[in-house]
Design a protein around this ligand. Structure first.
Ligand SMILES: Cc1cc2nc3c(=O)[nH]c(=O)nc-3n(C[C@H](O)[C@H](O)[C@H](O)COP(=O)(O)OP(=O)(O)OC[C@H]3O[C@@H](n4cnc5c(N)ncnc54)[C@H](O)[C@@H]3O)c2cc1C
Length: 415
């Protein structure tokens, strides 16, 4: 009889693990507590806007090799789109200034010597400060490691690190920022092309993944919440799904726990995990994007940070947005719309809108929380951990989640 791998949690970490295992010919059962897959990276129909939106706008970069390879495997590579070159349009709402950052393809950063390509009001020498981050040495914050002031910081470094770490650079881990910078800016424009899913996250990351799993005879069980792990001395012996039953874990079977940190900490005795989180706020407006508006626009000195143009919709992302959680929805929508209208050159009344606040969008990428991230192996030899919060070396991102799933699948295959 072939062995079975039980994957708990059908977020991207669990999906990636399940896909890898199927590729290696393993029998897979994926158990998901919710009625759908995707976790924090999914689409749904919003009744107010009467359209399908994502739980949050997700930006990837062409450096995200694991994410791109995952999409390639499930036949969804074409679902991510972006410019052919690493170009980022920006507007500063304080000064009204607009520019486009153009990072040349190769590793030699000649773009920093070209006023038409680099950040306005910066000099080539300023960029050395970013590269100083690449060897942070100890568990310090970004702002203890590099100068967090000046046009280069305000207009490039801060937006990049804030988007990637979802944590204010004053308290964010320099080590995690260095990992992101090393894999993106330091590799040149080929690694920095912005990518997003215009037809929605589920179309790109979830639906084709589920088709792939079904085609490979994996079983996917929705509304199947794991309540407890039955643990022997050195292995998991059964999965307890409460009223939904108990599943024995036979000798040779394995379990990958790809649940959020608080859930995993409840299920695994003695497990240390990150415990602090940061919010992300998204605002959506049902309106046709005006012609000429960049598909992704970076905003400096505003409340809004990124403006995405979708079909029939403009959509805003604000990272590390805990300060906005208690602002009344109407007030927040009005304030955000004013900025959107100003940068997109729109007049007229606020169109139909929706605000989505994800309170625990990602773990707080501080040195202290980063130090709490466990590896994939546990004290039980057939139990492995996955999830963007495990120790991937990256902040909580799609890329990190997928790498963690791949890693856990690799460890199962090695047993
Ligand atoms: C608003 C927002 C914006 C973001 N923007 C970006 C971005 O621009 N770029 C980027 O790269 N990343 C972004 N991220 C981060 C990215 O979405 C996550 O890193 C990734 O989706 C995490 O996947 P995961 O599988 O590790 O965890 P999750 O998606 O949390 O998956 C865990 C799964 O486990 C299930 N589960 C929980 N308990 C149980 C149980 N007891 N039994 C069975 N199943 C259970 C959950 O229902 C869930 O499906 C963003 C996240 C949010 C919320």
């Amino acid at each position: 009889m072939t062995s079975t791998v039980h994957v708990i949690g059908a977020g991207l970490a669990g999906l990636a693990a399940a896909i890898r295992l199927c590729q290696r010919g393993k029998g897979v059962v994926l158990h998901e507590a919710a009625g759908q897959a995707g976790g924090r990276c999914r689409s749904y129909h919003d009744p107010v806007l009467d359209m399908v939106i994502d739980n949050g706008n997700h930006l990837l970069l062409s450096a995200n090799d694991a994410a791109l390879s995952y999409l390639g495997t499930i036949g969804a590579a074409a679902k991510l789109v972006g410019p052919a070159q690493a170009e980022f349009a920006f507007v500063d709402v304080a000064s009204g200034k607009r520019w486009t950052l153009r990072i040349n393809d190769g590793r030699l950063p000649w773009w920093i010597f070209d006023e038409q390509r680099r950040v306005p009001d910066t000099r080539a020498a300023d960029y050395l400060s970013i590269f100083r981050l690449l060897w942070p040495g100890s568990e310090r914050t970004i702002c203890e490691t590099v100068k967090c002031a000046g046009p280069l910081y305000d207009r490039l470094a801060r937006p990049l690190w804030l988007a990637a770490l979802n944590t204010d650079p004053k308290e964010a881990s320099a080590r995690l920022a260095a990992a992101v910078t090393r894999e993106t800016l330091a590799k040149g424009g080929k690694a920095c092309r912005p990518l997003f899913a215009p037809e929605g996250l589920s179309q790109a990351f979830v639906e084709s993944a589920l088709s792939f799993l079904r085609e490979h005879q994996a079983k996917v069980e929705f509304s199947h919440r794991l309540r407890a792990l039955e643990l022997g001395q050195d292995r998991v012996t059964a999965l307890d799904f409460g009223d939904d039953g108990r599943v024995a874990v036979a000798a040779g079977d394995s379990v990958i726990l790809a649940t959020p940190p608080a859930v995993s900490a409840d299920l695994v005795p003695g497990l240390k995990t990150p415990e602090k989180f940061r919010a992300i706020v998204n605002a959506h407006f049902r309106i046709e994007p005006p012609p000429g508006l960049a598909p992704i626009l970076g905003i400096i000195n505003g409340t809004i940070e990124w403006l995405f143009s979708f079909k029939h919709r403009l959509s805003v992302t604000i990272s590390c947005a805990d300060r906005l959680l208690e602002v009344p929805r109407e007030t927040l929508a009005g304030q955000i719309w004013q900025e959107v209208a100003a940068v997109a050159g729109l007049t007229g009344a606020m169109p139909p809108w929706q605000i989505v606040r994800e309170r625990r969008a990602t773990f707080a990428a501080t040195p202290a929380e980063n130090a709490k991230r466990p590896g994939a192996e546990t004290a039980w030899k057939n139990l492995f951990l996955a999830g963007d919060w495990t120790n991937t070396g990256l902040p909580a991102t799609i890329e990190g989640a997928i790498r963690s799933g791949n890693r856990a699948a690799g460890l199962v295959s090695a047993t």
